[in-house]
Design a binder for this molecule. Structure first.
Ligand SMILES: C[S@@+](CC[C@H](N)C(=O)[O-])C[C@H]1O[C@@H](n2cnc3c(N)ncnc32)[C@H](O)[C@@H]1O
Length: 342
C-alpha cells in the first residue's frame, strides 16, 4: 500500500521517464521500486530506519538503497524527489542535499501532504532553484517541480546543527542537535525529570530513542565506567547523538534500530524517554512493544528506567512484564517508571 504522497508521485511518474532518479526521505512503502517502471535507475535515501528496512529486500543493481543523513557518494542525477518532511526544519537541509546530487538544470520534484506544510514550498525553496511549479494536486497532496539553476553551497554539518549548553545535575553539557531532531532548542521537560532522577546503573546499558544524546551524555558523565549503546530510528538523531558525545569527550556505540529489533545484547539497564509523537494507536503499540522487548532483553536484576507522559498507557504493561509498577518520581506531567527485572 502506497502512502498518499507516493500515490500522488506515481500519478506523475512520466516526469521521470528514462531518468536517473534519487529519492530523498521516502516514506514507509515501496515507491522507489515502483518508479523503476518509468525511471532508468533509482537510488533512495531513507532518514527513517523503518522505511529503509521496508525497501531493503528490493535492492538491485538499478535500485540502490541507503540509510543515513547523506549519500556515501557524490553521484548526480537527472531528477531528485524530496518527500517534504514532517519536521519542517529539515526541509532546507533536504533541498540543499537534493541540489548537491542534481545535474545542473536537473529536475527537483517535491511532494507533501497539504496539511504538512507543502503549500509554503515556493517560499522555502532556496534561490539556486528556479521558481516552483505546481504540477499536480491529488490524494490530499501537492506535487511541485523546479529546476536546479546554479550550484548550491557545500553541506557543512555545523551549519545544520544547533549547539546549546544544558545545566544538569551531572554538570554542564553541550548538546548538538541536527535540524528536525527532538529537543532542537532546549532540554525536554520529561528528559529533565529523568536527569534529575538518574539512577546508579552498571554494566551494559541501552539508551533507547537516544535523540540528540542528552541522556547518554549525562549518564556517561556521571558514570563513566558504563558501556553504553544508543539507538534511534532517525538518521539525524543518530548523527546528533554522535556529535553530542564527541563534544563532551564521551564514547558510546551508536546505531540504528527500529524499536529494539537491531539490539542484540542482554542489557544490565535500559534507560529512555521513549517516543510519543505518533498517532495514539501506533504509540500504544510502540510503548507496549518497547516494554515487552525491554523485559525480554534485560538480564536478571537489570534496571528498566524510563520517563513518560503520565497519561500514556505504560502502567498496565509494565505491571504485566515486570510484575509490579514502581514510580520513582513524578510531577504534574511526567512519571519516572523504574523497575528491576526479576
Ligand atoms: C521523546 S524522544 C527522546 C530523545 C532523547 N532521548 C531525549 O531525551 O531528548 C524519542 C526518540 O525516539 C526515537 N524513535 C521513535 N520511534 C522509534 C523506534 N521505533 N525505534 C527507535 N527509536 C525511535 C525518535 O527518533 C526520538 O529521537
Amino acid at each position: 500500500m502506497l502512502t498518499n504522497a507516493s500515490q500522488a508521485l506515481l500519478r506523475n511518474s512520466h516526469l521521470v521517464n528514462g531518468h536517473s532518479v534519487l529519492v530523498l526521505n521516502y516514506e514507509g512503502d515501496t515507491l522507489p521500486k515502483a518508479l523503476l517502471d518509468s525511471a532508468s535507475s533509482v537510488s533512495a535515501l531513507a532518514l527513517d530506519f523503518h522505511h529503509h528496512l521496508i525497501m531493503q529486500p528490493h535492492a538491485a543493481t538499478n535500485l540502490q538503497l541507503y540509510f543515513g543523513h547523506k549519500l556515501p557518494n557524490q553521484e548526480r542525477f537527472d531528477s531528485v524527489i524530496v518527500y517534504f518532511p514532517k519536521a519542517k526544519a529539515l526541509a532546507p537541509y533536504l533541498f540543499n542535499l537534493a541540489a548537491k546530487h542534481l545535474k545542473l538544470q536537473g529536475q527537483l520534484i517535491v511532494v507533501g501532504e497539504n496539511k504538512g506544510g507543502i503549500k509554503s514550498l515556493p517560499k522555502l525553496l532556496p534561490d539556486y532553484f528556479d521558481k516552483a511549479f505546481k504540477a499536480d494536486n491529488a490524494r490530499h497532496c501537492i506535487v511541485f517541480t523546479s529546476e536546479l539553476d546554479r550550484e548550491a553551497p557545500e553541506i557543512k554539518i555545523q551549519d545544520w546543527c544547533s549547539k546549546y549548553p544544558v545545566q544538569t545535575p551531572q554538570g554542564e553539557m553541550t548538546i548538538c542537535n541536527m535540524v528536525g531532531v527532538f529537543s532542537e532548542k532546549k532540554l525536554d521537560e520529561g528528559t529533565k525529570l529523568l536527569l534529575d532522577n538518574l539512577p546508579n546503573m552498571r554494566g551494559t546499558v541501552l539508551d533507547f530513542g537516544c535523540g540528540a544524546g542528552v541522556i547518554a551524555a549525562a549518564l556517561l558523565t556521571a558514570q563513566p565506567k558504563l558501556k553504553l549503546e544508543c539507538v534511534d530510528i532517525n538518521a539525524m538523531a543518530l548523527l546528533s547523538c554522535e556529535l553530542t558525545l564527541q563534544a563532551n569527550g564521551l564514547e558510546a556505540e551508536v546505531f540504528a534500530s527500529d524499536g529494539m529489533a537491531q539490539t542484540t545484547k542482554s542489557y544490565d539497564g535500559i534507560i529512555s524517554n521513549p517516543p510519543f509523537h505518533d498517532g495514539l494507536n501506533r504509540l500504544t503499540t510502540i510503548a507496549i512493544d518497547f516494554v515487552k522487548a525491554s523485559a525480554e532483553n534485560l538480564a536478571k536484576g537489570g534496571m528498566f528506567h524510563i520517563v513518560a507522559n503520565r497519561h500514556l498507557p505504560y502502567s498496565d504493561c509494565i505491571a504485566e512484564k515486570f510484575g509490579s509498577v514502581n514510580v520513582g518520581a513524578e510531577n504534574s506531567r511526567y512519571k519516572i517508571y523504574s523497575n528491576l527485572k526479576r
